[in-house]
Design a protein around this ligand. Sequence first.
Ligand code: NAD
Length: 518
Amino acid sequence: MDLLSVRNPATGELLKELPLTPTAELRSLFERASEVQKRWAAVPLKDRVARLYSLRETLINHVDDLSELISNENGKPRFEAMVNEIFAAIELCTYFAKNGEALLADSPIPMGLMKHRASYLNYWPLGVIAVITPWNYPFLLPMGELVMGVLAGNAIIFKPSEITPLIGLRLQEIFEEAGFPKGLINTVVGDGATGAAIIDQRPAKIFFTGSVATGKKIMRAASEHLIPVNLELGGKDPMIVLDDADLDFATSAALWGGFSNSGQICASVERILVHESVATEFKRRLKEKIATLRQGVSRTGNNDLGAITFEKQKDIYASQIRQAKERGAEFVTGGEFSADRRFLQPTVVTGEDIESLDIYNEETFGPVVALTTFRTIDEAVEKANRSKYGLLASVITRDISKGEEIAKRIEAGTITINEVVYTAGLPETPWGGVKETGFGRKHSARGLYEFVNTRHIHKPVAGVFVFKSLWWFPYTPFQHATFRKFIEFYRNSWFAKLRALPGWVSNLIRFITREPRI
Ligand code: NAD
């Protein structure tokens, strides 16, 4: 049987050798999951919600062993494992446990013309879905899909990254310990080939988080079977620092936004756009703060930055840094690997040509930030939007209204004002991007609805006499005349007349009646 060696990226220590899930077993795994899913979907929603409360308790009870496992397998500091992964996962369970019943209850649609009829939406599970995730947030990222997926009544075939399978297996155990039925969450151990084989089994939907290149492959494969996909892909997120910003605050935001999780975050600050009048002071302060960061092995608990998790990612850093050096970029700080190549110094790069370099344009996904300047807000917005990605952007300013004006011009799924990165940890807010960052949303009501089919049910209003509709066969002169009258009514309505009045009169009436502008 093929084995997968799982190592601690900070020390190289072998943590475990795991057997890969044979692809020949996937068919029976799907069949069993389908059986379990049917029984699970019949469990009343309030009981499914109750299990989320037990899941929350289970997470609280296991916070220490989970932090240790995440830290060992991923290389991040224990603090980050506890706060950014487990604490956020507890919050996720709390939100969906509190709101799940209301969000999945039948939802009425107010009727326009057809007042004698009523419509509502009714939600039902998708079936057996696939969740395929990366290694950077190996606990919190799948947790979002697993929690929303089972709440909505689905069973899940879950493939964690081949870099962090122990956390993936532990997630399944945690759900089972919390009282979810065996076979509802099924962790599959394997690499990209296993992921591709999962898609061949035709899951009801694929929830994928990972790189753009893999996202494209997955969408291509899914299209063969017309399987819907949610894609949460890469980012090259800008942080705009206006000239009125408090530079102590702005540099601290850049520090955490650029270097937490060693910058291995889809939404980390990878491009800083700083107003030219404050750029020199900004760089000086940022450099000073970077010098205080402690990089090291997580077990001691005395570090801010952990190891680089994924060997192949180091080649991307090395190539971007090499190009920047060859093209004469200015390294404000960093740019070197440790002797054992397990750590990369937190790096800030700038210079006249910076905007033409890969380090500024391509996703780095590591502790590397590229810095450029702008003169006007228009220029800042144009530069922020000049990217193939659109996940998150941030604006740092003392003027919140100005921040909001800028936010509304930025092409991204989330824009934070005077905050960075963290809203993927807020379960009540939607997460997802535009452009090559992908599509679909996770978390919040919008995210939950990605995990259900929606039925529209249309019925007579209770007590209303049921009559044949006026547009049914046969088409009589009476029907013609009636619909003509309707259309004439629209032509002569106060609404239509209002539009014909002189500008200021109609504006005044619109203002008083709050009629929308059309
Ligand atoms: P990756 O695309 O290499 O792998 C992601 C997952 O896909 C892994 O489990 C992998 O085994 C699997 N996979 C690979 N090939 C496959 C195939 N052909 N079919 C099915 N599955 C396949 O990405 P990665 O290196 O693990 O993660 C880094 C990327 O993830 C970055 O680009 C980052 O921006 C992105 N990411 C995005 C978000 C977001 O919310 N938008 C969050 C975290 C990470």
